[in-house]
Design a protein around this ligand. Structure first.
Ligand code: XUL
Length: 525
């Protein structure tokens, strides 16, 4: 007997649906609608609205997400997706983005009318027409104010799991509360993208889970409750505007009858709490046990790790979020990922095969040559003035530059994840670069553990579907996480690349040289 679960991913550029059959361990349906194309009348570019006068201000219209949800449900129905047999739905939202709702919202969610489109039902529920999203970096002043009021940077990191970051929800709320006092006064509820979308589906205001709550600078990372001092440091009367926090496996309630009558969902289909896209990806990548690590080598490189105990980064570069498993996860973002590798590749007019051959023509450790690959401003470490730094490295040496960019990136990743005090025992790699055994050998050797390749496209939506299955299973019997993800997140067969102990020994020494070079470069900033 099939057991269907739906995962939705409301990301920056698109809304994606993945339906899994837990009985056969198969993805049975996948569909994605791109906001710019599906609902062009909102005028977004790549899903966002950039302020014409201030490039740091980046918002998105929440009504656009709602209208796209209606269209995606219609598309699923038209495609014959088994909507009537779905047992539970969960979702993933781009993290940090906030939705501001007036006092009519709760009633509007509860009384959706099938004779009207979803966006017509909900057009009057907002006290702020647009939502600041994670790409917004306009709140440096608010970050400083919150940090000072919360007792300083170290205290805020220990309390909430992260230093104050411009894109985090607390600083964004503060900016709104201070500059748009009347609209803030008219705001009865503040939701995250995740909890907002869950509210629409369930027809009631939905809680926030600790995965996404941790991206706000407002939640006590250990107790997973709102942090009173952080709230006070952010905006007046904030607690009364926030939904409760609830474990990621909680059920909000059955899907609203709007979705039953219009699209054929079963009235018994349960809506689970949504989470952020990174916590959902942790599940979609199969990182369900402490100590598991994945790296995604895409436009930017990200490092995900799971930890049983909450340990925060004293330097404030890495974030600690709640993992949907109830453990903790960390996210470290390196902006100069593929961007830096491509710059070097293109500089020498190579393709990726040529890039790999160039690396192979040089020895492990690059004869002491090092590169700090900061083509763009960097997030980890915080580099505001970009510029590539070369040490013992001539700019025209093809092989040495190709090796140096990859070795530099992996040494940086090892260095900036060391606060976790937990060396990975294996690494799962995804993203473009993960198909290249030459670059993956450097990953394995620098980190000193085997690397496996994961072939995932929609890891956040898949993670959401698996979370739906977990939340639903819990109401019947306890199914452990490894059993939930089994068959969905296995690495590609024969993709294991082992670390070579003699190469790792070279990198163990090189790490110090890299750290010194980095410290010196940062001191000059
Ligand atoms: C994480 C972050 C991004 C967004 C993208 O802190 O800002 O990964 O979640 O959707």
């Amino acid at each position: 007997m099939s057991e269907y679960f739906l995962g939705l991913d409301s990301s920056t550029q698109s809304l994606t649906a993945v339906i899994i059959d837990l009985a056969t361990r198969k993805i049975v349906y996948e569909q994605s609608l791109n906001f710019d194309k599906a609902v062009p009348h909102y005028g977004t570019q790549r899903g966002v609205l950039r302020d014409a006068h201030d490039p740091k201000t980046v918002h998105a219209p929440p009504l656009m997400w709602v209208e796209t949800l209606d269209l995606l449900c219609a598309k699923m129905k038209k495609d014959g997706a088994p909507l009537g047999e779905i047992k539970a739905i969960a979702g993933s939202g781009q993290q940090h983005g906030s939705v501001y709702l007036n006092k009519s919202a709760a009633t509007a969610f509860a009384s959706l009318d099938t004779k009207k489109a979803l966006h017509e039902n909900l057009k009057n529920v907002f006290s702020r027409a647009t939502s600041p999203i994670w790409m917004d970096s306009s709140t440096t002043k608010e970050c400083d104010e919150i940090t000072a009021a919360a007792g300083g940077r170290a205290a805020l990191i220990v309390a909430t799991g992260s230093a104050a970051f411009e894109r985090f929800t607390g600083p964004q709320i503060r900016k709104f509360a201070v500059h748009e006092t009347e609209s803030y006064a008219a705001t009865a509820h503040i939701a995250l993208v995740s909890s907002f979308m869950a509210s629409v589906l369930a027809g009631q205001l939905a809680p926030i889970d600790p995965g996404d709550g941790a991206g706000m600078n407002l939640m006590d990372i250990r107790s997973k409750q709102w942090h009173p001092e952080a709230l006070d440091a952010t905006a007046p009367k904030l607690l009364e505007r926030l939904p409760p926090l609830a474990p990621s496996c909680s059920i909000v309630g059955p899907v609203h009858k709007y979705f039953v009558e219009k699209f054929g969902f079963a009235p018994t289909a349960q809506c689970a709490v949504w989470s952020g896209d990174n916590p959902c990806s942790v599940i979609g990548l199969g990182l369900v046990e402490p100590g598991q690590t994945a790296i995604s080598l895409g436009t930017s490189d990200t490092y995900f790790g799971t930890m049983a105990e909450c340990r925060t980064d004293p330097n404030g570069e890495g974030h600690v979020f709640g993992s949907p498993t109830g453990d903790y996860m960390t996210l470290i973002c390196f902006k100069n990922g593929s961007l830096a590798r491509e710059k070097i590749k293109d500089q020498f007019k190579l393709d990726w095969d040529g890039f790999a051959a160039a690396i192979k023509s040089t020895p492990v450790g690059n004869n002491g040559a090092l590169m700090l690959p900061w083509f763009d401003p960097e997030i980890t470490p915080r580099v505001l003035t970009p510029g590539v730094r070369r040490i013992n490295l001539r700019e025209d040496n093809v092989g040495a530059n190709c090796r140096a960019v990859m070795e530099g990136q992996m040494l940086s990743m090892r260095l900036h994840s060391s606060w976790m005090s937990m060396r990975p025992s294996k690494i799962f790699a995804t993203g473009g670069a993960s198909v290249d055994p030459v670059r993956m050998q450097i990953v394995a050797d620098v980190h000193g553990c085997p690397v496996y390749r994961l072939e995932t496209t929609a890891s956040a939506a898949l993670g959401a579907a698996l979370r739906a299955a977990h939340a639903w299973q819990r109401t019947k019997r306890e199914m452990e996480w490894p059993e939930i993800v089994r068959g969905f997140t296995e690495p590609v067969a024969n993709s294991r690349i082992n670390a070579r102990p003699e190469a790792t020994a070279v990198y163990d020494k090189m790490l110090k040289a890299y750290a010194d070079a980095e410290r010196e470069a940062l001191a000059k900033q």
